[in-house]
Ligand binder design. Structure first.
Ligand code: 6R9
Length: 657
């Protein structure tokens, strides 16, 4: 059956269509046709029209060393120039670039001129302490203007930043610093979330003390909470002292289009998190185009992306995209439930946000909160400034979509359900709000120029209506360039031999609607979990568990969860006797805390079950599909004939703590 038969279709409202940058299906089709006809010419035209180049490129796409594709590679530009200076030159110096609202509700506004001055001072300070083009700088900061300043300052001097989410543990921070060989760490004394001050610098100190971070020469500490923090003489410097006396003028470092703008670590199915390397020119192009086409950003919009700068969404749609388009955006330090779960709606009302981009998990938790406490229901707020909503991070279930549409968007605002990944740099499959009839739960059609397809295991494209593997058939400008330090893993992960190295493998399953060809993402096809829109590798969590002295073996799977999308379930074999009752509860808590310490609180397993063994095949492979059924509480109906130890299933089934 077609989606269109079973679900309502929401056609774009006429008043949206009439003003949209890409207006009407004809306009969309024309762009797709242009790309189809002359792929390089299409992207070249856009890169010339939407970016400012110091030295224009003459080469567009170089496929000679595939899959290490190069775009615009003889062109020279600077991202920070494109985000700041060029807006000021266009007369936007006094325009508000950032409306910052802190956890406690205080608000500050930063103009483009002021932002450029702050970025330049910080960039000059970095240069004065010896940070050079191509050096890696790790940023471990809370949501703040300083976070954006630090990222932009790196871009300004051609340093490659790697932002580490402030919720990651010392071990995770250490591993990322070590892998990137970073020379600088930029952090804060602490962070404020939900009315609490949480430490950050002590975690950074712990990371640096672990060994393997010898490349770090300096640690810059932004004083956010004012908490006492130990400062190591010669290494650590407060932000204020670091920038003191620096000029607020800084000539950008002009870099080649392929120069690595940033690394961002993300989870894969095996091994350690991988450092996804992004380019300068191609990445920025996609950030700008998606701001203009998916978000229809206009000069008067107030754009709000609720992501953290520690994730790719916070890179493309906070640190770079909105600024590169001269937009005004909200940056929020806090959490959606503090001081109450009306926080987002109050902020939309107060700042007259017109475009609101968030994650399904946030929507679901706010639905629950609004049901429990009617005063925080969005109907109590004036949300009439909104004209467009967006969703990202995981599939949005139709019920949450409808609630978002009706209660937040007043049945007036299109919702763009944007499918993309850390590796893709920006939106890949998404509605365009003035073009695409919407079907709740579907990310609809590819962004113009993106050649997405659903294939089988041999790489053959499937008929619409059949579920399969999501791939991208041609390289695109904002794609991942490599995995930092591991080009072989890049090839293996994204251009596997199964597809003759010709197709980009996203790692998701998908299906195209039989009639409309709309894409629906059916979830990861590898051992990657999506918990509240955050990617977690099952391997990483298993490694963390087995690093606990009590644990002999562990297997981690996901199970559906109403709030977080997926929840982490761990099946654990302990070294000693299997604990029961309160003793089991205590070990569970210890293990959860241990994983929190090893990776970060987001990786803590929700369920932990103990068994004397794990269900394994005779060749010793853990049968994860059985564990998935157990985690869901399903009857195990799969074939268990290859199982070495069938009795273990009963044990694991009974053993729900
Ligand atoms: C941007 C981001 C990527 C994975 C991706 C997929 C899931 C993201 C989605 C979606 C369905 C959407 N995902 N957006 N699934 N519909 N609109 O989230 O990047 O953290 O790398 O995660 O998230 O499974 O493969 P990242």
């Amino acid at each position: 059956m077609s989606q269109a038969d079973s679900l309502q279709v929401f056609t774009p409202p006429a008043d949206f269509v009439s003003q949209a940058t890409i207006s009407g299906m004809e306009a969309y089709r024309a762009l797709c046709a242009e790309a189809e006809k002359d792929y390089a010419g299409f992207w070249a035209r856009l890169a010339r029209e939407h970016l400012s180049w110091k030295v224009p490129f003459t080469r567009v796409l170089d496929e000679s060393n595939a899959p290490f594709f190069r775009w615009f590679d003889d062109g020279v530009l600077n991202v920070s120039y494109n985000c700041l200076d060029r807006n000021i030159e266009a007369g936007l110096g006094d325009k508000t670039a950032i409306i910052f609202e802190s956890d406690d509700g205080s608000v500050s506004r930063i103009s483009y001129r002021e932002l450029l001055a702050r970025v330049s001072r910080f960039a000059n300070a970095l240069k004065a302490s010896g940070v050079r083009k191509g050096d890696r700088v790790v940023i471990y900061l809370p949501m703040s203007v300083e976070g954006v300043v630090a990222m932009q300052a790196c871009a300004r001097i051609g340093a490659t930043h790697s932002v580490v989410f402030g919720g990651f543990s010392a071990q995770s921070l250490r591993d990322r610093i070590n892998d990137a060989g970073a020379v600088f760490l930029i952090t804060a004394d602490g962070q404020c979330r939900g009315g609490k001050a949480l430490p950050l610098k002590p975690i950074a100190d712990e990371a640096l003390a672990m060994g393997g971070c010898e490349s770090i020469k300096k640690v810059v500490v932004w004083q956010r909470t004012g908490a006492d923090c130990a400062m190591q003489a010669g290494r650590d410097v407060f932000w204020g002292d670091f920038v003191a006396g620096q000029s607020d003028v800084c000539e950008p470092e002009w870099v080649e289009a392929e120069h690595p703008l940033f690394l961002l670590y993300t989870s894969g199915s095996t091994g350690k998190p991988k450092g996804v390397q992004h380019s300068t020119g191609g990445y920025l192009l996609h950030a700008v185009l998606t701001m203009k086409w998916t978000f229809d950003l206009k000069p008067d919009d107030v754009f709000w992306c609720t992501a953290d700068i520690g994730w790719v969404t916070g890179h493309t749609y906070i640190a770079y995209g909105p600024l590169a388009c001269g937009g005004t955006q909200i940056v929020f330090e806090g959490v959606p439930t503090y001081p109450d779960a009306g926080r987002f709606w109050r902020m939309v009302q107060d700042h007259k946000a017109s475009i609101f981009y968030t994650a399904p998990t946030a929507v679901r938790s706010l639905i629950k909160a609004a049901e429990a406490t009617p005063t925080v229901h969005p109907r109590n707020y004036d949300l009439s400034s909104l004209r467009l909503l967006g969703s990202v991070g995981e599939p949005i279930n139709p019920a949450a979509w409808m609630w978002f549409y009706e209660n937040v968007g007043g049945s007036r605002c299109p919702i763009v359900d944007t499918f993309w990944q850390t590796e893709t740099g920006g939106h890949m499959i998404t509605p365009l709000p003035g073009v695409t009839p919407l079907v709740p739960g579907s990310c609809t059609l590819p962004f113009p120029g993106i050649q997405a397809a659903v294939v089988d295991e041999t790489g053959t494209e499937l008929d619409w209506g059949k579920g399969g593997i999501l791939v991208v058939k041609r390289p695109w400008p904002a794609m991942i360039r490599t995995i930092w330090g591991d080009p072989e893993r890049f090839k293996r992960s994204y251009y596997p031999d199964d597809f003759a190295g010709q197709l980009y493998l996203a790692g998701d399953g998908a299906m195209r609607d039989a009639q409309t060809g709309y894409f629906t993402i059916t979830g990861r096809i590898d051992d990657v979990l999506n918990v509240s829109g955050h990617r977690m590798g099952t391997m990483e969590i298993e490694s963390a568990l087995v690093s606990h002295p009590l644990v002999a073996e562990a297997a981690v799977v996901g199970r559906p969860d109403d709030l977080t999308g997926e929840a982490i379930c761990a099946f654990v074999v302990l070294k000693g006797v299997r604990p029961e009752g309160d003793a089991a509860k205590k070990v569970i808590k210890d293990l959860q805390d241990h994983v929190g310490k090893e990776i970060g609180p987001i990786a803590k397993p929700k369920d932990i079950r103990f068994g004397e063994n794990l269900p394994k095949t005779r060749s010793g492979k853990i049968m994860r599909r059985l564990l998935r059924s157990l985690a869901k509480g399903e009857e195990v109906t799969q074939d268990t004939s290859t199982l070495e130890n069938p009795a273990i299933l009963d044990q694991l089934k009974r053993n729900v703590a």
